[in-house]
Design a protein around this ligand. Structure first.
Ligand code: GTP
Ligand code: MG
Length: 571
């Protein structure tokens, strides 16, 4: 997990007509989400027409297949700042029909171009030259990452308008939220501002596809799939790109040897363990990415980790990438989160809000350590939603009971079976608003017996902790493992104290009333915005003291006691 080098603001154009191409779509205003499935999710309308939405919901597998295919027909082109867009498209169109394209900025201007078919890509590449650079030598590695050279005189009208690649800052977000008229609208606004865009999602699949071309030098039939927050529906702009090198599709893997007659099998190298195989594959591919991968910098091979990986920055996209192999359980966790996020729009909105809140207060971090991870935090939100009455989402055991034969999955002896077809899952009758849920979430974890009980989304029930750990969240699939094993008591205490504080803040009528900030830049924070201001009881170093509403004596006393409780542990 890591934040990206930079977050790209992208502009997308429809394919075909040049007129259409010039139509700028501000992605900040028209953000669609990473997963097509939940695109219709509206945080301010908790009970929307389920029937309509169901039709849109695809399984993660179908979505991956569709996106991968799209990515294979796409190229990534570095453009000069004042490239004439019309000529650029005319040039591309010589090779075939351009279905979609968009520009974004990340260390220069880039265009993602999707052709209607792969032959067009082949034709485009055929005409591309290997650059000759004076005083330097180049690796003649051909890929779909290209540079556009000197197409036109630069002083012509530039069609493409790229915004700087910045994501909304926490201060901008606070201002934006302060101008909303209800907490539900604030949550919707936050989700909209932070979620991955359609373009960002396409770019993630394209980077996987480009990486696949490198790995294919050794394993032509491999695939590289994104997992984690890039596809689970909970990804924030700028989140890392987790990639999984999948060798299972290599033909011949599942062919059973006939019982009689002649047959052939490949001679292969043998190793002591699956882990050793994974390490050697990642080592070689990591080397290849490092030596030959255009745009891939800072390659680190972290092969002795519990889950061996190759980490690098993909400069043209701005993504921090983690490439793993043989990581099927994480793929299943991704699928599960995707399913939960697609069941009810409140799930994604609440997860986004809690993740943003946690990051703002330093409860989570991009640096590995004793912090709660986004994955653990998401499981905590899911558990809370299972505990509502009536529940908002079903237990994992229930999802397993609904599974069909095609859903059966056992990985390294762990039962990872659960339903993938949304239509088999009954909608829940809970109609609580997001405002209510947010307040209840903080209240729930402010008072939950975390010292004794383990969080278990398989059963939707807390259970006695099977081992000593400040925070115990049962791994949904590898049930003997604790996904929050890394969390120490100090970090957990901070989380609890912040939950207590946020719960009280949301209960303060005064702090929870829209201030009618209008369109100005200095709207007074209220509601959710106040929860994103620096904490008084669990402050993060270096943050300014915040201006608080006058608190009642009771709240003052309560905050004081929390401060005292927290001090010895945080100092
Ligand atoms: P961010 O990168 O923080 O936005 O979230 P993420 O969900 O992508 O988390 P991360 O990059 O840390 O991990 C990628 C994926 O690996 C997660 O979505 C999970 O599917 C899986 N994963 C991460 N940590 C654990 C863990 O402790 N146990 C299990 N079973 N899976 C994990
Ligand atoms: Mg991630």
């Amino acid at each position: 997990m890591a934040s990206s080098l930079a977050v790209c603001r992208l502009h997308m154009r429809g394919g075909g007509s040049f007129v259409k191409c010039l139509q700028k779509v501000d992605t900040f205003l028209h953000r669609s989400i990473a997963t097509d499935v939940v695109a219709a999710a509206r945080a301010d309308a908790p009970r929307k027409e389920e029937s309509d939405e169901k039709e849109e919901r695809k399984s993660l597998h179908s979505l991956q297949v569709e996106r991968q295919e799209q990515a294979e027909r796409s190229v990534l082109i570095s453009c000069q700042p004042r490239t004439n867009e019309k000529k650029f498209l005319k040039f591309l169109s010589k090779h075939g029909d351009v279905k979609k394209y968009f520009f974004y900025e990340s260390y220069g201007i880039y265009a993602v171009v999707e052709f209607s078919d792969r032959e067009s890509v082949a034709s485009l590449l055929e005409g591309a030259a290997i650059p000759s650079v004076s005083h330097e030598s180049t690796v003649p590695f051909k890929s779909r990452l290209l540079s556009l050279r000197n197409l036109d005189s630069p002083n012509q009208l530039s069609g493409q308008q790229c915004q700087p690649q910045t994501t909304i800052t926490i201060n901008e977000l606070t201002q934006r939220l302060s101008r909303e008229e209800s907490v539900d609208q604030q949550i919707a606004s936050l989700t909209k501002a932070y979620q991955l865009t359609e373009e960002n999602s396409r770019l993630r699949f394209l980077v996987c596809s480009l990486l696949k071309d490198i790995a294919a030098a050794y394993f032509p039939e491999c695939t590289i799939k994104p997992f984690g927050s890039s596809v689970n529906g909970f990804g924030k702009l700028g989140c890392d790109l987790d990639m999984f090198l999948d060798l299972d599709g290599i033909s011949g893997r599942n062919i059973k040897m006939p019982k009689s007659g002649l047959s052939l099998e490949y001679q292969v190298k043998r190793a002591n363990s699956e882990r050793a195989v994974t390490q050697s594959i990642l080592s070689v591919i990591g080397e290849c990415v490092d030596q030959f991968g255009p745009g891939c910098v800072g390659v680190q091979k972290i092969l002795n980790a519990r889950c061996p990986l190759v980490r690098f920055a993909h400069q043209p996209s701005g993504f921090q990438c983690d490439l793993t192999a043989n990581n099927r359980v994480a793929m299943k966790s991704t699928e599960l989160l995707y399913l939960y996020g697609g069941l009810d729009p409140r799930v994604r909105s609440l997860v986004f809000t809690v993740r943003c809140w946690a990051r703002t207060h330093g409860v989570t971090s991009s640096i590995p350590g004793a912090w709660i991870t986004n994955f653990s935090l998401t499981v905590m939100v899911l558990f809370f939603l299972q505990k509502r009455s009536p529940p908002i989402i079903p237990t994992l055991d229930h999802l397993r009971d609904l599974a069909g034969p095609a859903d059966k999955s056992v990985i390294e002896g762990n039962d990872c079976t659960f339903v993938s077809d949304f239509s088999k899952i009954q909608p829940q009758s809970n109609t609580e608003t997001l405002e209510k849920l947010l307040g209840e979430f903080f209240e729930f974890y402010a008072t939950f017996p975390l010292s004794r009980m383990s969080i278990n989304i398989r059963k939707g029930k807390e259970q006695n902790k099977p081992e000593v750990a400040p925070l115990h969240i049962q791994n949904p699939f590898e049930t003997s493992l604790n996904v929050s094993k890394n969390v120490n008591a100090t970090q957990l205490d901070r989380f609890v104290v912040l939950c207590q504080e946020s719960s009280w803040l949301l209960q303060q009528t005064e702090a929870n009333t829209p201030r009618g900030g209008g369109g100005g830049d200095d709207a007074t924070p209220w509601g959710l915005a106040t929860l994103l201001l620096p904490s008084q009881v669990a402050g993060v170093k270096g943050r300014k003291k915040r201006r608080r509403e006058p608190a009642s004596e009771r709240i003052k006393g309560l905050l004081e006691s929390l401060k005292n409780k927290n001090q010895p542990k945080t100092s």
